[in-house]
Structure formats: C-alpha cells, structure tokens
Design a protein around this ligand. Structure first.
Ligand SMILES: NC(=O)c1ccc[n+]([C@@H]2O[C@H](COP(=O)([O-])OP(=O)(O)OC[C@H]3O[C@@H](n4cnc5c(N)ncnc54)[C@H](OP(=O)(O)O)[C@@H]3O)[C@@H](O)[C@H]2O)c1
Length: 316
C-alpha cells in the first residue's frame, strides 16, 4: 500500500457510508480530534459512546452535538477517568451493560507534556498511567465484546514515539529519575503504539483473526492538547506553531482514527497518519514507522509489565 492508495487528497470521511447499526466507543471527546471524530461518526448515523472524565464537559458536548446534528442522534455518555484504574473498570462495565456491540474502540484521549512529574492515584507516572495503562485496561475489558462484534481497536499514537528515549525505560517506568515532559509523553505514546503491534501478534498466535487492531496519529493538529496539560512555555511554542502551515485543523487530525475505525481492507501492519511534511499535515494514508516501534523483545516485555501493573490478563 502506498500513500496514494486514496488518491492525491488522501483518505477523507467522504469514503464513510451510512453507519446505521454500528457502534463506536471513543475516549476523550470533549475537544480536539475526539470531538471531531464523534461528530463525523454521528453525522453518518452511527451510535457513539463517549468516554470522558469531566461530567459537565461531557453534558455540554452532548448538547452541542444535538444542537448541530439533531436531537435524534444516538449518543451515550459514560464517565471515565483514564488516570484511575478503578474508574476505567467501572466505565468498561457500564459500556458492556449498555451496548450490545462495539464496531470500533477508538483510544483517542491523552494528556501531554505534563511540566512536572505527577503520579496517578494508582502510582503511575501520569502520562504513562492515562495514555497507556488506562487504555490497556479499557481494551482488555472491552475485548470480549469487540471480538464478538468482529470489531476493531484503534490507538491514536503520536510522532512523539520517535522522540525521547525511543525505547521503554523498564528500570524506571515512573520516571523517578531524569523526568522531562517530552521524554515521558513520548514514551507513553511509544508504549501505546508498540502494544498495537504486540496485540496483533498475540491475536494471530491465538488464531483470533476476527479483530483488527490499528495504530495511527493525527499529525500536528490545532486542539486543546497542550493547553490542557502543558507548561506555559510549551503553550507559547504551540500557540505560535498553530499560526503556521505546520499545523492543521482538528477535523483533519481526526481523519486517521476515523479511517482506521471504518475503512475496509486496511493493512494492520502499517502506521497511518498525514503523509505531508514531517507527517504533521497533509493527505492521510500509510507512512513509514521506525523499527524501534516494533522491537519484539521490548514489546513482549512491555506487555508483561502492563499486565502486571494493571492486573489485566488478556487470556487470549
Ligand atoms: N494535537 C496534536 O497535534 C497531536 C499530536 C500528536 C498526537 N496527538 C494525540 O491525539 C489524541 C487527541 O488529542 P487532542 O490533540 O485532540 O487533544 P485534546 O484536545 O486535549 O483532547 C484530549 C481529550 O482527552 C481527554 N482526556 C485527557 N485526560 C483524560 C483522562 N484522564 N480520562 C479521560 N479523558 C481524558 C480530554 O478531556 P478533558 O477535556 O477532560 O481534558 C480531551 O477530551 C491524543 O492521543 C494525543 O496524544 C495529538
């Protein structure tokens, strides 16, 4: 597959047909790419389950979407804080109780560039805890229904996987030493991406070919990411970047995850995102992934560490 698989403009939501009868579960829809993805899926007739940590913002988003798309949209809001394993477990149980199928679980939510080292209530470095361990648990608990539905898991990574240490700091997962916001964020996104390809291998080994798992990223998109958790300096830098052609609207940033959630015949072994300059902007398709993201020994060890940290055993 080449970046031209979808033509010069790359993949766009025009390719999505009617999604009546399909259910998509998305984390982090109060802003940015998650909001845009939810809006587009609902506009195509899908049922969307939104998993957000802030009840007030979640209610406001439902109201905004109903105002924009009509009060008959099929949207369900479930409260979940990815930074608290107990909350993720509660939310997963609620989803399993309320929906009968999951066509795609879209692991979109994240925090980034947290200026000083923080720990989640479970004692994990905050970006690792929210971005990786939170989604690891959610995926593990929703997997049986995704499998029953022949659905997909879509992980929203970042080009940050290729920054920082470019491997997993197994001897110091929680950054007791040498914390920097970028290194810790980059590691959390690398961990998420590595887990996609490791899960693919595990599913294949278990003969479970009905579930597809994809890794993608939104490029450099104008969202709330840095203003939510970044330092003042990072907010200024990203504020300036937002004025340049090196960034794109949040809607375009939603396209890779929408593509992975809906497009037929996508090759799982590839990595999806904008194919223009630096992979920050441009037509959406598959593009190069550096080999460290598929280092098998690191991925296997990360999987074992993640199962142990979260207590989630996939039993594939
Ligand atoms: N924007 C970019 O240029 C860029 C670049 C590379 C990768 N990404 C990735 O793209 C994805 C979407 O980010 P975005 O840019 O759209 O950022 P965003 O506008 O800040 O949206 C992030 C979403 O995640 C939610 N969230 C944060 N912490 C959470 C938690 N503990 N539990 C549940 N939800 C939580 C936020 O909710 P609140 O409203 O409650 O904060 C928000 O809905 C992320 O995975 C990010 O790493 C973005």
């Amino acid at each position: 597959m080449s970046t031209t698989q979808f033509g010069k403009s790359g993949w766009t939501p025009d390719r999505i047909e009617n999604l009546n009868g399909k259910t998509f579960v998305i984390t982090g829809t109060t802003s940015g790419t998650g909001f845009e993805a939810a809006r587009i899926l609902l506009s195509k007739g899908a049922k969307v389950v939104m998993l957000n940590r802030n009840p007030q913002k979640a209610d406001e988003i439902v109201a905004t979407l109903k105002k924009d798309l009509g009060s008959n949209i099929d949207v369900l809001s479930v409260i979940m804080d990815l930074g608290e394993q107990a909350s993720v477990k509660r939310a997963a149980a609620e989803v399993l109780e309320k929906v009968s199928r999951i066509d795609a679980l879209m692991c979109n939510a994240a925090i980034a560039q947290v200026p000083t080292r923080k720990l989640t209530v479970d004692g994990f470095e905050s970006q690792l805890g929210v971005n990786h361990y939170g989604h690891f648990t959610l995926q593990g608990l929703l997997f049986p229904l995704i499998e029953k539905s022949h659905g997909r898991i879509v992980t929203v990574g970042s080009m940050g996987y290729d920054m920082g240490l470019k491997t997993i700091k197994f001897d110091d997962m929680n950054w007791d030493n040498d914390y920097t916001p970028n290194d810790a964020y980059s590691q959390s996104k690398l961990a998420q991406i590595m887990s996609v390809y490791e899960l693919q291998d595990r599913l294949k080994a278990a003969g479970k070919t009905g579930v597809k798992v994809y890794a993608c990223h939104p490029g450099s998109s104008r969202t709330s990411l840095i203003s939510t958790s970044g330092s003042l300096m990072m907010r200024i830098i990203f504020g300036l970047m937002k004025l340049s052609p090196l960034t794109q609207p949040a809607e375009n940033g939603a396209y890779p995850e929408l593509m992975c959630a809906t497009e037929d015949n996508l090759d799982q072994i590839l990595f999806y995102g904008p194919t223009g300059r630096n992979n920050w902007v441009g037509p959406v398709g598959a593009h190069h992934l550096e080999p460290h993201a598929k280092d098998k020994a690191v991925a296997e060890r990360l999987w074992a560490v993640s199962e142990q940290a979260t207590g989630i055993n996939w039993e594939l």
